[in-house]
Design a protein around this ligand. Structure first.
Ligand SMILES: *Cc1c(COP(=O)(O)O)cnc(C)c1O
Length: 359
């Protein structure tokens, strides 16, 4: 078996331990004589999986009892519509902080359902910083404030939680479970799975129960958080395989020591990669130092004509998916929970060698 170091932004690397468990389980899951893909989601084995995964997620993030934890489909992108459908009435105003591609997309989607106010926007410096919170132009009595704690494309991360007294809504797709968070500060947290949770196809939403009654009555059931909360996320057939893998990932995270341990490792991984970039004139990272992401590290080569060579040689060395997003250019290393420190060390060593030969 030969595994590469996978720096993909998403779908992203999964822990090898989890893949090995899947291999063990594939033909006969838990003595059922069937794979997990072939059992009823209402059978006792799968219902136990669903309950365990919720309990473990609650433990990992210390989710308070007055929050519901639900697992819809549709990814983070569907939540960009479900947020205004579940939290606003037509005519309400929702505030959006736009610090990159994903928050911009979220604001655009919400505008189909309610009025939106862009409270802050960092497009003027190509989304490489977070406008000072005191400069945000927030609406009085907004339905909610939405922001994206980690912009996956730009590599911009909030290392603080915004204040205010309206429900705070956060798209945590690419930062969830990378560190502890204080869930009680949020009204809604949502995340697509394919970065730090598991395979694409399942979505995590953590929502304060008192907000569940704000949903529009015209919403389809499958676009109503309350339907999921009332049915243990079995409003219809859930994505059972993706849920099963997410359950294994949550167990793996607990075995690693939980998100407290992940935070220590993640900060160390990110710091050494940024240090390697900053000390060289050959590589650079455009993001303001106080908001650099622990999860997605974009970097450009001073001589962009070497990009193709960098990508080709890094791939040949077993370091894959380093091409940056087309809106930023250069490279991007996504170093989620399942990307080991060893992988980051290998990348740093490759970068130094490449600079020596080409710099
Ligand atoms: C990947 C990503 C998305 C899109 O997720 P889908 O599950 O593909 O809808 C949205 N927001 C952020 C921050 C992301 O990283």
């Amino acid at each position: 078996m030969s595994r590469v170091y996978n720096f993909s932004a998403g779908p992203a690397a999964l822990p090898l331990d989890v893949l090995e468990q899947i291999e063990k389980d594939i033909f006969d899951w838990q003595g059922t004589g069937m794979s997990v893909m072939e059992v009823s989601h209402r059978g006792k084995e799968f219902v136990a999986l669903a309950a365990r995964s919720e309990a473990n997620l609650r433990k990992l993030l210390s989710v308070p009892d007055d929050y519901a934890v639900i697992f819809p489909q549709g990814g983070a992108t569907l939540q960009m519509a479900m947020v205004p459908m579940n939290l606003s009435a037509q005519g309400d105003i929702a505030d959006y902080v736009v610090t990159g591609s994903w928050s911009k997309k979220a604001a655009g989607e919400a505008a189909r359902f309610c009025k939106t106010n862009v409270a802050a926007d960092s497009a003027d410096r190509n989304y490489t910083y977070i406008p000072d919170e005191t400069s945000w132009k927030r609406t009085d009595k907004a339905a909610y404030l939405h922001y994206t704690p980690n912009e996956t494309i730009g590599g911009v991360e909030f290392h603080f939680v915004p204040g205010g007294d309206v429900p705070l809504v956060a798209d945590m797709s690419s930062t969830i479970l990378s560190r502890p968070i204080d869930v009680s500060r949020f009204g809604v947290i949502y995340a697509g799975a394919q970065k730090n949770i598991g395979p694409a196809g399942i979505t995590l939403v953590i929502v304060k129960k008192e907000l569940l009654d704000r949903a529009r009555s015209s919403n389809p059931h499958l676009m109503t958080w309350k339907s999921y909360a009332e049915s243990d996320s079995m409003t219809n057939t859930p994505p059972t395989f993706a849920w099963y893998v997410a359950d294994l990932v949550f167990q793996w995270l607990l075995e690693q020591g939980g998100v407290e341990t992940m935070a220590l490792v993640n900060e160390r991984k990110a710091s050494k990669l940024y240090a390697a970039i900053d000390k060289s004139d050959f590589y650079s990272n455009p993001v303001a130092k106080d908001c650099r992401s622990w999860m997605n590290v974009p970097f450009v080569l001073a001589d962009a004509s070497l990009d193709a060579k960098f990508l080709q040689e890094s791939h040949a060395a077993g370091l894959t998916n380093l091409k940056g997003h087309r809106s930023v250019g250069g490279m991007r290393a996504s170093i989620y929970n399942a990307v080991s420190e060893e992988a980051v060390d290998a990348l740093i060593a490759f970068m130094a060698d490449f600079e020596k030969v080409n710099g």
